[in-house]
Ligand binder design. Structure first.
Ligand code: HEC
Length: 175
């Protein structure tokens, strides 16, 4: 019996060592932060930072266990998916899913439950949820601005060097 337990423990240890060789999960990137939302006050940013930034920004804090497989796989997957859904560090891009944020927080779906197990400080009180919710309304307006005309114009300007002509450069041609 003792021998069986020893073999089991050794096999598990060997398995843990072998899975560390899987390349996925080791690359922890924090790309430069570009543009953040125009937060109404520093306290709102602090709330989002506490509860959301690890998965929804380029300022992820990578704890030691995020370097150890299989936890590293789960963490990286959440950060990749989270940043893809909404990234507070790239507010100069349209964030199509951002308008679900109030709903997700209110229903207790965000922050993810498994995350709260290891980050109890990310838990939001009702008052904190309310204050984030009020902020979402405003941020949504900002986002609809980005996804509209002005955004297209900015991108055309930056990427294609297209400029809106000045009034004195415009000639009206009539048939
Ligand atoms: C542990 C990582 C993690 C944390 C922390 C986290 N999220 Fe997420 N979030 C995800 C992942 C992964 C997804 C994409 C998969 C999904 O929708 O479940 C996501 C998706 C979202 C979406 C898009 C949902 C949809 O279906 O359109 C919103 C909005 C969102 N999160 C808001 C938040 C807010 C607000 C916070 C902070 C209060 C937060 N999240 C905290 C990981 C996280």
């Amino acid at each position: 019996m003792k021998r069986r337990i020893r073999i089991l423990v050794l096999s598990l240890a060997a398995l843990m060592l072998v899975i560390q060789l899987v390349p996925y999960g080791r690359h922890h990137s924090n790309p430069a932060s570009r543009v953040e939302p125009k937060w109404d006050k520093p306290a709102t940013r602090a709330l989002a930072r506490r509860a959301c930034f690890d998965c929804h920004s380029n300022e992820t804090v990578w704890p030691w266990y995020s370097h150890v497989a299989p936890v590293s796989w789960l963490v990286l997957h959440d950060v990749e998916d989270g940043r893809h859904s909404m990234n507070f560090s790239e507010w100069d891009k349209p964030q199509d899913d951002a308008d679900h944020a109030a709903k997700m927080v209110n229903r207790g779906k965000m922050p993810l439950k498994k995350y709260l197990l290891l980050h109890p400080d990310a838990r939001l009180s009702n008052a904190e949820r309310d204050s984030l919710e009020m902020e979402w309304g405003r941020l949504q307006l900002e986002q609809s601005y980005w996804s509209s005309h002005a955004f297209v114009e900015r991108v055309a300007n930056a990427k294609l060097r297209m400029n809106l002509p000045q009034t004195h450069d415009v000639r009206i041609v009539r048939p």
